[in-house]
Design a protein around this ligand. Structure first.
Ligand SMILES: C[S@@+](CC[C@H](N)C(=O)[O-])C[C@H]1O[C@@H](n2cnc3c(N)ncnc32)[C@H](O)[C@@H]1O
Length: 284
């Protein structure tokens, strides 16, 4: 045999052996099912186990725009299906589950689905574990559990996306909803905290002050520019992105688009039909 052909034949043989060895050691889901078979509706610590249908799982992750850059936490992970689906999108995912048998089953599925490098299922209580590093939180719990988690979620990094199957967050209205087969998925984006009085200065030296009131992602307020006070127009807040418009002392409509970082807002101020200048604000 020519050396080149010999090399190719050897490569195929080695690859074949590796695949055979891999399948001998890799778990498959049937094997996991022999270890523990949960039943839908079985009791859990704070809520029973009912899995989210596959199509809705995909929809929740799509609403949250999950990418490989994300860290997804599923609170009450059940058989790990949401964490596994997030891992298959390339995200790092962690499922927190209280029932130790479910944890073992979910871990087995993680291996069987080939996402062990991306997905972890941890045994813990969602009210005790720290999930503050999540960029996306998913859950299928109960309305009162969502409400109990709400203060923690509202303290997460602005821009964190939260999706819930079926249950709402009380008076914190969702940013988006989707319905599949009479089931609803909700999306919230954690808003930056912007309430208070702000002093702004643009690159041309003009100054104005803004008083903002806030209820979750809904904001409103007044601007004082050149001694005139007037309401802000079209004020919106999405995560850490803020936007509002007002008329300056010459009657020109200006639109501010900025990013909130704690007690600072930095962005641009665009005049209707005119140019754009940089603007920055500090909370008093
Ligand atoms: C309705 S199931 C949802 C499972 C999965 N997230 C899904 O959507 O397919 C809720 C899960 O939360 C678990 N659970 C209940 N209370 C919990 C707690 N305090 N901490 C962690 N997990 C909990 C239950 O055992 C159950 O597996």
């Amino acid at each position: 045999m020519k050396p080149r052909l010999l090399l190719r034949a050897t490569t195929f043989a080695v690859a074949g052996l590796l695949i055979a060895a891999g399948s001998a050691f890799a778990k498959d889901r049937k094997e996991c099912d022999r270890v523990y078979k949960p039943s839908v509706g079985q009791p859990g610590k704070d809520v029973v186990w009912v899995p989210t249908p596959d199509e809705l799982v995909q929809r929740m992750l799509a609403m949250a725009k999950v990418t490989p850059k994300d860290i997804v936490y599923d609170l009450g992970a059940g058989d790990g299906k949401i964490a596994i689906a997030a891992g298959k999108l390339g995200a790092t995912a962690v499922g927190i589950e209280y029932n130790p048998d479910m944890v073992k089953l979910a871990q087995c599925y993680v291996e069987a689905e080939g996402v062990a490098g991306k997905v972890k299922i941890i045994h813990g209580d969602i009210f005790k574990e720290d999930f503050s590093r999540a960029t996306v939180v998913t859950m299928y719990l109960l309305p009162e559990l969502n409400l109990k988690l709400r203060p923690t979620i509202l303290n997460m990094r602005p821009g964190t996306r939260v999706t819930s199957h079926q249950f709402t967050m009380g008076d914190w209205e969702a940013d988006e909803t989707a319905e599949i087969d009479y089931r609803t998925a909700y999306l919230w984006i954690v808003p930056a905290k912007v309430e208070g009085s702000w002093n702004f200065r643009d690159a041309s030296g003009q100054q104005f002050s803004v008083a903002l009131t806030q209820k979750y992602q809904k904001i409103s307020g007044d601007v004082t520019a050149g001694g005139n006070k007037q309401p802000l127009v079209g004020a919106t807040l999405r995560g850490d992105e803020i936007r509002f418009a007002f008329n300056d002392d010459k009657g020109v409509t200006r639109t501010l688009t900025g990013t909130v970082r704690g007690n600072e807002i930095n962005g641009t101020l665009r005049a209707a039909g005119g140019g754009e200048v940089k603007v920055s604000g500090t909370r008093r």
